[in-house]
Ligand binder design. Structure first.
Ligand SMILES: NC(=O)c1ccc[n+]([C@@H]2O[C@H](COP(=O)([O-])OP(=O)(O)OC[C@H]3O[C@@H](n4cnc5c(N)ncnc54)[C@H](OP(=O)(O)O)[C@@H]3O)[C@@H](O)[C@H]2O)c1
Length: 294
């Protein structure tokens, strides 16, 4: 599929700014430098993160340090129109994947990120009114204009993906996948990625951190016990076991990491050495479903 490449982990930016750690520009700069030093050079954005502010925070770093741009790859997304004080014209939350909205969103992202190209543009969620030929026309123009190199989707169904793929070659599909959200293993999305030879990327790969919190739920307690036993075997941390669980799948799932702590980014990278057995993979599945498989 073209020449689309990504590191084994993508660094998510959703929680760096207003929607999470509220890092200042120097802190974001240091975080970017540290990730790049670990060879984790892919950064995942969306126009809406931080209520339309996180791209600009990141872009402020690129304005100050233009040398960093050529050392990284940037993904961003468009198509969700959020109600926000930064978009007073939005009366309700809606999806919009018309050509005009896609192209305007890319221009906004280029401006906010202080860059003249986006590596990968994802359609954030399927617009129920999406016209695949109109989207393909937008992608074709953006590619010709040199504004976007690769295109993909996020949160699409198998049939929605197929419809668009028939009109324009997609390079990736970003979906929610974690031990807590296993739909992609069963709804055909991972099969479809394998069929087309495109890497799926997993948002909230650690379930947003829920599995690390103490819980009274017997299922969660059980899963945490299984994770602890695997941590002992592999001399690993719980996040490493959960990432290894995702990476065991032959579709080559690329987790989009949500942490803003470098130590956890390092942990993720080190988890590459863990290779769970088939049985261990199913032990976690059984633990989280509370049932032996059929
Ligand atoms: N396409 C989409 O629709 C979509 C939707 C949501 C997100 N995304 C993308 O996916 C990325 C990741 O999503 P996410 O942030 O939900 O991912 P996640 O990695 O599942 O969750 C991150 C959260 O878990 C916490 N965490 C991570 N490791 C931990 C540990 N060992 N112990 C305790 N807490 C831990 C983090 O806190 P600390 O910061 O303290 O480590 C953070 O609050 C986002 O940044 C965004 O780029 C895409």
């Amino acid at each position: 599929m073209k020449n689309y490449k990504t590191a084994p982990f993508i660094v998510g930016t959703m929680r760096l700014g207003q929607w999470g750690s509220k890092m200042n520009i120097s802190e974001i700069e240091k975080f970017i430098e540290d990730c790049i030093a670990l060879d984790l050079i892919d950064f995942d954005h969306a126009d809406i993160y931080g209520s339309y502010t996180t791209e600009s925070d990141f872009g402020a770093v690129l304005k100050k340090r233009p040398d960093l741009r050529s050392q990284m790859r940037i993904t961003t997304k468009c198509g969700i129109k959020m109600v926000s004080e930064n978009r007073p014209e939005h009366q309700i939350k809606s999806y919009n994947l018309t050509k005009d909205h896609i192209k305007q969103s890319v221009d906004n992202s280029l401006y906010n990120l202080h860059t003249d190209y986006i590596d990968t543009l994802l359609l954030h969620r399927p617009d129920f009114l999406l016209d695949p030929q109109e989207v393909a026309a937008a992608f074709t123009e953006l590619e010709k204009e040199g504004k976007v190199k690769y295109f993909g989707v996020s949160n699409f169904s198998v049939s929605q993906f197929e419809l668009l793929q028939e009109n324009f070659p997609l390079c990736t599909h970003q979906v929610e996948i974690s031990l807590l959200h296993r739909e992609a293993f069963e709804n055909g999305i991972l099969d479809q990625c394998q069929k087309w030879g495109i890497p799926p990327t997993a948002w909230s790969p650690l379930g947003g951190g829920i599995l690390f919190k103490s819980s009274q739920d017997p299922i969660m307690i059980d899963v945490q016990k299984i994770i602890t036993s695997l941590c002992k075997k592999y001399k690993a941390q719980p996040d490493q076991v959960l990432l290894a669980w995702l990476r065991k799948h032959p579709a080559g799932i690329i987790p989009v990491l949500g942490t803003s702590k470098l130590s956890r980014i390092k942990n993720a990278k080190e988890s590459l050495k863990i290779n769970l057995t088939h049985e261990e993979w199913y032990m976690l599945w059984q633990g989280v479903t509370g049932n032996e498989i059929a």
